[in-house]
Design a protein around this ligand. Sequence first.
Ligand code: NAD
Length: 365
Amino acid sequence: MPNLLVTGGAGFIGSNFVRLTLAETEHRIVVLDRLTYAGHRINLAEVEDHPRLVFHQGDIADRETVRRLYREYEPLAVVNFAAESHVDRSIDGPDEFVRTNIVGTFELLEAARRSLAARPRDGFRMLQVSTDEDYGSLGKEGRFEETTPYAPNSPYAASKAAADHLVRAYNRTYSLPTLTTNCSNNYGPFQYPEKLVPLMILNAVEGRSLPIYGDGSNVRDWLFVEDHCRGLLAALERGTPGETYNFGGEAERTNLEVVQTLCGILEEIHPPTDNEAAAEAGYESYDEMIEFVTDRPGHDRRYAMEISKVERELGWSPTVSFEKGLRRTVEWYLENLAWCRAVQQDSYDRRRLGLDGAASGGEEA
Ligand code: NAD
C-alpha cells in the first residue's frame, strides 16, 4: 500500500481530502499537522480509527520532524495543504505566513530531494496545493490561465506564490516530480468559521449582523470542497510532473450575491420565526442582517479560473452546482453547531480582522 504524506490534513480541505482518499483509494495516509487554531483532530473524527490513517502532530517547518517522517514512511506522494490560509490574518501578522507557507514548503521539498537520492523516484509526486490569489486581481473580463504571471497582492498570496516558485525551481533544477494546483475559493463542511460562508451562516443563526466588506461587489469563483479534492486526486493520478493545473467552479458570484443566496436558503430551512436569537435581536428576515463594513486593504476585485486544461488533461470538471453545494453546506453547519463551538472555543470570537490594527465583523478566503 503506497504511503501518502498529507500535511495540513486536519484543516478544512485537508480533512475532506483525507476522508475522500481513504474511501476511494487503497493509500495509507500519514497526516502531519501542527494543529494551529485552524486545525483540529475532530475534523478527522469520522476516520480516526481507520486502519490506513496515521496522525502526527508536528510542524512542516521543523526540519527534524519532516525528515524523520520521510525516512519512516518513504511516502510515494506528498500533498501539501499545510498553510496559514486567512488573508485578513496575513495583514495583521505576516510572520507566520512566511514561516509556514514558504519555509515549511522549502523543508518538504528539501526532504523530498534528499529522500529520493536514496530510493527510486519512479511514481513519486509532490503536490503543492495553491490558490488563484497568486495571480492577483482581474478586471471585468478574462480568466486566470496556468500561464498567467503571478502578481500576488496580500501577504498570504505572496507567501503562497513564493512557495510555488520554490516548487517550480525544485522541478526544473533537481527534476523533483512536482505538481502545483491553483484553486479558487472553496466552501463546504469543516471550514473554519472565520471564512465568508461559515461566518455568515453562524452569525445569522446567532442573530448577529452579516458584515460585508466594501460594497460587496468583489467577485470570487466558488468550488465545492469535494470537487476540489477529486481534482487533486486526478492530478496525483494523471498529472504530468512539472505542470500546474487550475481548478475552479465556473461559479462567479459577488460577495453580496453569496450572502443573499445564503439568506434565501436559511429563510427556507431555518426561518427567522424559528430562530430565537434573530427574533430577540429584532430581525424579521436574514437580509436585514446585512451590514456593509470598511473594505479589506488591497482587496482584489475579481478572480476567475480558466479550467479547460484540467477538463482536457485530467478529465475533471466541477459536479456540484453552487446552489446545491451551498444548501448542503448550510445544512451541515446547522447540524454541527457543537463542532462550531468546539473549534472556536478560546481562540476566535468572529471579530473583524485584517484592518492592520484597527478594530471592528469578519470574512472571506
Ligand atoms: P485551513 O486553514 O483550514 O487548514 C490549514 C491546516 O494546516 C490546519 O490544519 C493547520 O493546523 C495546518 N498547519 C498550519 N501551519 C502548519 C505547520 N506549520 N505545520 C503543519 N501544519 C500546519 O486551510 P484550508 O482552507 O484547508 O487550505 C488548505 C490549503 O489549500 C492551503 O495551502 C491553502 O492555501 C490552499 N487553498 C485554499 C483555498 C480555500 O478556499 N480554502 C483555495 C485554494 C487553495
